[in-house]
Unconditional design. Structure first.
Length: 172
């Protein structure tokens, strides 16, 4: 029996429409996200590391420090600390960045994947010798970690800076 595919009309209201900003994407200093779905864009920690703007430098420092804390916990065999750090990186549905179709409902890094990441890093010579220093390198080393997951992790780590930026933009 052939199933009928459900099609769902997605409301295309964007952030700028909802807040009646009266500006196009080209006039905005941020991504004009759709409010009912994700947009297939990602936050790349490498991109944060190559910018010279203070905001990007601060974001990069947060990512580097967080990842180093994870690596240091693994080196010190502090399983619980590393797992807690990794399991607090759930899907940031409020940013509307990612691969969800329809209402944002991604999973981010849950406790099972946090354990898998921990095990991969724990067994990685690159992590233990200090050669693995960038979060973005995890995409190459850990099965199931893609640009979407790296973005989710990065967004969670820099969330306070994103909130600060959003508040600044709302004051303009």
């Amino acid at each position: 029996m052939k199933r009928k595919r459900k099609t769902q009309k997605i409301n295309s209201t964007r952030f700028s429409d909802y807040f009646k900003l009266g500006k196009s994407q080209a006039e905005l200093d941020f991504v004009d996200i759709p409010l009912q779905t994700d947009i297939s864009l990602f936050v790349d920690p490498y991109a944060l590391s190559i910018e010279n703007d203070l905001w990007f430098i601060e974001c990069n420092n947060l990512v580097v420090d967080y990842f180093q804390l994870v690596i240091n916990s693994i080196k010190a065999k502090e399983l619980q600390t590393a797992k807690v750090l990794l399991s607090n990186l759930h899907e940031p549905n409020d940013t509307h960045l990612g691969l969800s179709r329809g209402k944002p409902s991604g999973r981010g890094v849950g406790s099972v994947q946090a354990g898998a990441i921990y095990n991969q890093l724990k067994d990685s010579k690159a992590a233990l010798t200090g050669k693995l220093q960038d979060l973005s390198d995890c995409e190459l080393l850990i099965p199931g970690i893609s640009n979407d997951k790296i973005s989710d992790i990065t967004i969670n780590i820099i969330r306070s800076k994103l909130v600060e930026y959003t508040e600044t933009q709302c004051e303009l």
